[in-house]
Ligand binder design. Structure first.
Ligand SMILES: [Mn+2]
Length: 255
């Protein structure tokens, strides 16, 4: 399962790599379909939430350990790595049994005890920017992890809360060059959560690549309309394929 991973090998400088998969793990069939498709297109890291930090407590909260097992099985079958969110320290050990990369979600970006806890482990940590955090606060959050000894960090810009409400969050494209100046870690962009609508996901992806992102973390679902969370922003396989191809062309044009 988990080997010693180096984030710079996963996201080499000057290249573009994708992390993709559905918002939430919903069933074995759904994850198998996603992993089978994505791996065939060259995606090496599978995403999917087993614990979902939802705005409403009545919303789908995730399959928990059952979801982790489903992710692990599909990733092993298709030779992929798993990145999934750990929401609290209590679940760190359990999530660690299944994931290759720990994800710290936007709502936990400044959960300093959780950051310290993953900082003590020898496994990569993907941290998403808090939607109410400045770039400097995001940077300092990464230092809570590295200070404990773990410098295998991946930073993800995922949009911030502004007065603008025509999109779900405002994607802060400027954060990409600013972070790349501050840290040696890979800087990725999640175009799905700021978009809120799948129609905007391609444009935000291309903008991120143009800004110099090392990778894209995108929500892809075999049947987006039927998704149990974030249904409006997940793209189907066909759309993913188009986005992926175009994004790679933009990256090539830049080198
Ligand atoms: Mn989501």
């Amino acid at each position: 399962m988990s080997k010693m991973l180096n984030v710079r090998e996963l996201f080499p400088e000057g290249q573009l790599r994708f992390i993709a998969g559905p918002c939430a793990v919903e069933s074995e069939e759904q994850i198998d379909a996603a992993a089978s498709f994505l791996s065939s297109r060259g995606v090496k890291i599978l995403r999917g939430g087993a614990y979902k930090p939802r705005t409403s407590p009545e919303s789908f909260q995730g399959l928990a350990e059952k979801g982790l097992k489903i992710l692990r099985k599909a990733a092993d079958q298709y030779n992929m790595l798993v990145v999934t969110e750990v929401m609290d320290e209590e679940n760190l050990e359990l999530v660690g049994e299944y994931t290759d990369i720990f994800q710290i979600g936007s709502r936990n970006c400044q959960n300093f005890s959780l950051l310290r806890a993953v900082g003590k482990l020898d496994r990569p940590v993907l941290i998403k920017r808090g939607f109410g955090n400045t770039v400097e606060e995001f940077y300092q959050a990464s230092r809570y992890i590295s200070k404990e000894g773990n410098d295998q960090i991946i930073m993800v810009e995922r949009g911030i809360r502004t007065f603008e409400d025509s999109t779900r969050f405002t994607l802060d494209i400027s954060a990409v060059p600013v972070l790349k100046e501050k840290v040696k870690y890979p800087v990725l962009v999640d175009p799905s959560h700021p978009a809120g609508k799948r129609e905007y996901v391609p444009s935000l992806t291309y903008a991120a690549v143009g800004a110099g992102a090392d990778g894209i973390m995108i929500e892809v679902h075999p049947e987006p309309e039927r998704a149990m969370s974030d249904a409006r922003q997940q793209v189907d396989f066909k759309t993913f394929e188009k986005i992926y191809g175009q994004a790679m062309k933009i990256r090539e044009a830049m080198s």
